[in-house]
Design a protein around this ligand. Structure first.
Ligand SMILES: Nc1ncnc2c1ncn2[C@@H]1O[C@H](COP(=O)(O)OP(=O)(O)OP(=O)(O)O)[C@@H](O)[C@H]1O
Length: 242
């Protein structure tokens, strides 16, 4: 993205952001609450349109696409939202299978609600996030951390090229947080893609990402290789804490 600004009425969430994420990169976005991290991800997945500037995602401008073209792009971009966007009363298998809706026909998606499709792949994804055997539980009966892992499993079955993750480990203990970040980075790597992740925890960012982008008041004030940064430096500068 080049010179991207996002304005909500009088307030500016992003202000002149230049950011290029190359194939194979794992980029952490850090910044205090309200700095614009979620907005940056929303611009990258096309759910928020830039007020000005230009955006290219996997070669396309999401704001210029409609219908089938937009669905195709969305199937190639996987997002873990801060609010997980799971459907609580549905079984885990259905929420995980939602990751494949972009590549399924309408009738197949509807049929899958009655007779879940691709169950072996869902079971394998749940296994990888430490939720083996939870396929048929109601999603809203799981803990917050378990629901966060259901959202990760949804991404694993989607197999996107670009992975956008907004605080994907916020409800996980340190060991599970490392597992989650390893899975996300691996997923992006499998398809030759990239990972862009908003992370509150600077240690997690430095352990799992190659590059750190820091936002203050919607502006990029840091864009540096992770190897040149320290946890203490990020904590004191950005006011982000573990
Ligand atoms: N839909 C909206 N309408 C109005 N203002 C918004 C909207 N979404 C975000 N903002 C404002 O834009 C700014 C950036 O918000 P954003 O959610 O991107 O920050 P963030 O860095 O992700 O914060 P957090 O870490 O708390 O999630 C904030 O000042 C916020 O109040």
């Amino acid at each position: 993205m080049r010179g991207v600004a996002v304005r909500y009425g009088p307030s500016t969430a992003l202000d002149g952001v230049d950011l290029t994420v190359r194939a194979g990169e794992r980029v952490a976005v850090v910044g205090a609450s309200g700095a614009g991290k979620s907005t940056l991800l929303a611009v990258a997945n096309g759910t928020v349109a830039a007020s000005s500037g230009s955006v290219r995602v996997l070669g396309a401008d999401p704001a210029a696409l409609r219908g089938r073209e937009l669905r195709r792009l969305r199937a190639r971009v996987g997002t873990v939202h801060q609010h997980l966007q799971l459907v609580g009363p549905l079984r885990v298998v259905h929420n995980v299978n939602a990751g494949r809706l972009g590549s399924w026909s309408g009738p197949r998606a509807a049929w899958s609600l009655l007779h879940p499709q691709g169950v072996a792949e869902v079971a394998e994804a749940l296994d990888r996030v430490g939720l083996a055997g939870r396929l048929h539980e109601r999603t809203d009966r799981l803990s917050g951390g378990q629901q966060q892992r259901v959202a990760l499993a949804r991404l694993l079955v989607q197999r996107p090229e670009l992975v956008l993750a907004d605080e994907p480990a916020s409800a996980l203990d340190p060991a599970l947080a490392d597992t989650a970040l390893t899975l996300l980075a691996g997923l992006a790597g499998e398809r030759g893609g990239a990972l862009l992740a908003c992370l509150h925890d600077p240690a997690l960012a430095l352990r799992h990402c190659d590059r750190v982008v820091g936002l203050v008041g919607g502006r990029v004030v840091l864009d540096a290789p992770a190897g040149t940064l320290t946890v203490a430096g990020l904590e004191s500068f950005f006011g982000v804490h573990r």
